[in-house]
Ligand binder design. Structure first.
Ligand SMILES: [Zn+2]
Length: 450
């Protein structure tokens, strides 16, 4: 079997990442075209025939295919080219210069979300093309636009308009693969589920009036009071098999070092409200908030609007709410829970919705291959099935039947947490941990497609 996990591969992946970080593909507005051109150029140089698919001006997606023998169904490698905005003054190194700091990290917006994975996938597919290999599966690569604003001009558009180009059995994308340190042990999550999205707008009307004569029934005061009830645990907790599997495996790995842990976990299974109370007392805010979000549908108020003038009590107030619902729940369930908190007189309008995604069985043959490779590379760091509270391009690909496996490998030291890096000031990736990831990914991909 061809082995490509070598310095030539990791150096190429690093150069690609640095070059991609130097292109500011910030979304909004998007502007992924230049990044797409770089990607397409690399693919062409390796003898592949990329297609650049423009969903609207400036918004480009790139798809390429390394033809296999067709003995087995295709594998899709995918990542998004857009990144979230920056506040450059808050950064130690400029966000679009691709600088390696004294700490051995490559700084840049997109370093972990997710030009890292794009660069690795690109290095792997171009290398296999140059080696002239003919895998058992077609290997497809898709670099897409617009993930950060809801995927509409990227994966959703691509799957709706050109499904034949990206149709595959599995997609290897983002959502897992980073080192997760819990209780002194390191885990590698594989994303096999993600919550649904229900972005909504709550509106309440009330009598307008003069600002000099306050009134308790003002739309603004009323809506503010209702929205104020939407804390992190406002909606009921629910059991989900995926969360129980994740917690169960983490507990099993930690149990030998923490007396009584397994017994406690046993008592809590099936009692989501009690579990949430326990999680709500965890001292580490990142861990606490991340876990809390997996135990219920959630509703975050994000944009509040009311009034035009300081001396006029407005007749209407509205609040946009970012709702996320668990696999097994529906949009209707989510709306009913929010309505129960806000009151029947608040009008709820859905702005954008995408179903939850669950790849079943979680421990698919591809998952087993990841487990096998990780068992060799990182013995003692278990691979665990994981649900993401956010969303990824899995939404679009799941609509055409592609099963999502989120594993974009990156090794992080204990002090550097993925959850604190993505979308943050000083987004960065340890160069060593990135190169390690490129090797791991190349190993997984070759083992799976050859
Ligand atoms: Zn991302």
């Amino acid at each position: 079997m061809v082995r490509i996990a070598d310095p030539a591969l990791t150096d190429h992946a690093f150069t690609l990442l640095r070059d991609l970080l130097r292109i500011a593909s910030v979304n909004p507005p998007g502007d992924e075209a230049r990044a797409a051109e770089l990607v397409a150029g690399e693919l062409r140089e390796a003898g592949l025939e990329p297609q650049v698919l423009v969903s609207r001006e400036g918004r480009a997606n790139v798809v390429a295919r390394l033809k296999g023998t067709g003995e087995k169904p295709p594998l899709l490698l995918t990542g998004h080219l857009d990144v979230v905005p920056v506040e450059p003054d808050e950064w130690t190194h400029p966000p679009f210069d691709g600088v390696v700091g004294d700490d051995g990290c490559l700084y840049g917006r997109g370093a972990v979300d997710m030009k890292n994975h794009v660069a690795m996938c690109l290095a792997v597919i171009t290398r296999l093309a140059r080696e002239g290999v003919r895998p058992k599966r077609d290997l497809i690569f898709a670099a897409v636009a617009d993930e950060e604003q809801g995927c509409r001009h990227g994966s959703l558009w691509l799957c709706e308009n050109h499904p034949e180009l990206v149709q595959a059995e599995y997609a290897l994308g983002e959502g897992g693969g980073f080192s997760l340190h819990i209780g002194g042990k390191c885990f590698y999550p594989v994303q096999v589920a993600e919550k649904g999205v229900c972005w909504m707008k709550a509106t309440l009307k009330g009598p307008p009036g003069h600002g000099s004569m306050p009134r308790a029934d003002s739309a603004l005061l009323q809506l503010a009071e209702r929205v104020g009830r939407l804390g992190p645990a406002a909606l009921p907790a629910h059991r989900t098999p995926i969360v129980e599997a994740f917690l169960g495996e983490v507990v099993d790995a930690l149990a030998p070092g923490v007396p009584g842990l397994r017994a406690l976990a046993g008592q809590l299974v099936g009692q989501p409200a009690a579990l949430r109370q326990l999680v709500g007392r965890l001292p580490d805010p990142t861990v606490r908030l991340g876990l809390m979000a997996l135990l219920a549908n959630t509703a975050s108020p994000t944009v509040f609007r009311a009034g035009e003038s300081v001396n006029v009590i407005p007749g209407e107030a509205s609040c946009e709410i970012d709702g996320r619902y668990l696999p097994g729940q529906t949009q209707a369930d989510m709306l009913a829970e929010v309505r129960a908190v806000l009151g029947e007189d608040v009008e709820l309008e859905v702005m954008h919705a995408m179903d939850a995604v669950e790849t079943t069985p979680w421990k698919s043959p591809l998952y087993r291959t990841i487990e096998e490779v990780m068992g060799e590379r990182e013995p003692g760091c278990p691979v665990v099935p994981y649900m993401l509270p956010g969303f990824t391009d899995a939404k679009g690909f799941a609509r055409i039947g592609v099963k999502w496996v989120g594993f974009a490998p990156v090794k992080l030291p204990e002090g550097l947490r993925f959850a604190d890096l993505f979308h943050a000031h000083d987004e960065r990736i340890p160069v060593d941990g990135f190169k390690w990831g490129a090797e791991v990914l190349s190993e997984i991909v070759t083992r799976w497609v050859m």
